[in-house]
Design a protein around this ligand. Sequence first.
Ligand code: TYD
Ligand code: MG
Length: 455
Amino acid sequence: MARDGAAYVCQSCGTVHSKWAGQCTGCGQWNSLVEEVSSRPPGGLTPTKATKARGLAFETLETETAAPPRIVTGVEEFDRVCGGGVVPGSARLLGGDPGVGKSTLLLQVVASAALRGVCCAYISGEEAIEQIRLRAQRMGLALAPVRLAAETALRDIIDGLKREPFQLVIIDSIQTMWSDAFEAGPGSVTQVRAAAGELVRLAKKRNIAVVLVGHVTKDGQIAGPRVVEHMVDAMLSFEGERGYPFRILRSVKNRFGATDEIGVFEMGDIGLREVKNPSALFLNEGGERAAGAAVFAGIEGSRPVLVEFQALVAASAYGTPRRAVVGWDTGRLAMVLAVLEARCGLGFGDRDVYLNVVGGLRITEPAADLAAAAALASSALDTPLPQECVVFGEISLSGDVRPVSRMETRMKEAAKLGFNQALAPAAASEGAPVRVAGVSRLAEAVSRIGDGLWP
Ligand code: TYD
Ligand code: MG
């Protein structure tokens, strides 16, 4: 029986139910409902003065402020991904696997901002003060005037933040925060949602830029609260492949700027180093380019980035051939394989196909189609592409190669890194800074690779 005012909240998706049930109707998860008891008066809103209609005041879209003012932290890769710095009165969530370097990144961000005169607080619910100090010392940031606190009680945190004119506040992490208005334990959806709600309100009310850290669970969601994602103005994700020192900061949601921006860092023994020119990272170093390798001239956010695609096509030992992809979309691979089969006469039906993007980057641009196809064809035909050749272009189901955005920028970046040739849509040829092997059909590209026909 539901008690008066009690609600049952799914710990997986945050759907609120009025009665307990074995399965959540929102996400279908079993045994995920937990009773949420509020110490506020039950029964929801009682008609008080506040709920009386006051009339709705309409406004115009016009504003005197040209663009939101920004707090520039001085960590350029971070600022750029945020859209030119953080916005006062906004909340953003930084998600990432445990151990990827979220605390390290944000410690560098606050230290840098504090040294530029921004009033900063770093509140940790995970580490002790001494631990953070030691890390700061090792990273050479010990002298930055950051206000540091180790605390998890939300009430004390909000109270403390009201006492000084903070401009930038880091909460590390949202899963450790805990409000005494709810009985649920820290880390539960109830607590995370309550804490995020309070902190977002504080940010808006006092014009503070708040950054919340959120751990990601195994299935890639910010633990529990997809709900927090809706509350914040922007969401960043910090990613890294195991075994690589590179870390990629990606903007997933941004009410104040573009969302396809990435920032690249390298984790070293004194913290994260900004990588201003990431192209070199994602190219396989040294030696001849082997059959099955193709360098994609991509655009990530506002920047051109060169990334190597590697493909291996091999006879299949089992009945069902394998398709394995790292760093690219499986659906897209299936499409490119189908077009290679149907339009170019390359058969993959009895062969295993592996495709890998070097360096741990995840590519989502359609412009990568031709690079993937070139890598696959090169491996299938056992013929390498020219050493100094980059590839880009979108492939349609009909087998056409279509022009993509910012072709000149892509080729300029390639030229800068010593490439002198591009396998690209025919339209890229005009005024190109490198020699272009222009193709308008995928079949032309495949025969160029097979016959070694290059300009
Ligand atoms: P951390 O920022 O604590 O990760 P998160 O907050 O995302 O859980 O980073 C932890 C990892 O980073 C840890 O495995 C050690 C590594 N690290 C370095 O390699 N060099 C450094 O200078 C620092 C501070 C951390
Ligand atoms: Mg941490």
